[in-house]
Design a protein around this ligand. Structure first.
Ligand SMILES: [Zn+2]
Length: 160
């Protein structure tokens, strides 16, 4: 179900432009917003609509055009903790508290759950070619996007 109401006020050119502002990777990877950001760190998308200029957080926009209108008071959270990510599969709707709970659960609030040894092990497992990212993610009880970031050296880049 897509948000027809939003699509009606935003013309197709804007939708095409929107997707050009995202570094789209594999289906389970993070798709980073590559243009302007809000000071909060979220991607900033502004579109000319039939109702005038509309400025939105890019991950909220992608959520709405993919899954439908976001109800008042709800927030769109990232499973991957990457504020710039616009992969709809990494987004879920929830409350502020859900987001805090999830970060605690994943141990991302300050201290990472993974150790340096884990990171080395993850890269070894991946190199062996015997396990895909999802299998490795299950072993370490993290989201596959975390594995992807570790393998591509975008996270833990100092561990070699
Ligand atoms: Zn992501």
């Amino acid at each position: 179900m897509i948000n027809q109401e939003l699509l009606n006020i935003i013309n197709n050119n804007n939708i095409i432009k929107f997707w050009l502002m995202i570094d789209k990777k594999g289906e389970d990877d993070c798709w980073n917003w590559i243009r302007g950001r809000f000071s909060s760190g979220y991607g900033q998308f502004s579109a000319n609509t039939y109702e005038g200029r509309k400025v939105m957080r890019s991950h909220r926009f992608v959520y709405e055009i993919t899954y439908g209108k976001i109800l008042g008071g709800m927030q769109i959270n990232h499973k991957c903790d990457n504020k710039l990510c616009c992969n709809p599969k990494h987004l879920y709707i929830g409350t502020q508290q859900d987001n805090v709970d999830d970060r605690e659960y994943r141990g991302r609030s300050g201290k990472s759950k993974l150790t340096t040894n884990d990171v080395l092990k993850i890269r070894q497992l991946h190199k062996s070619g015997k396990f895909n990212q999802r299998m490795i993610a299950d072993m370490f009880k993290v989201h596959p996007s975390q594995i992807s970031l570790i393998i591509s050296h975008k996270n833990w880049s100092w561990v070699v």
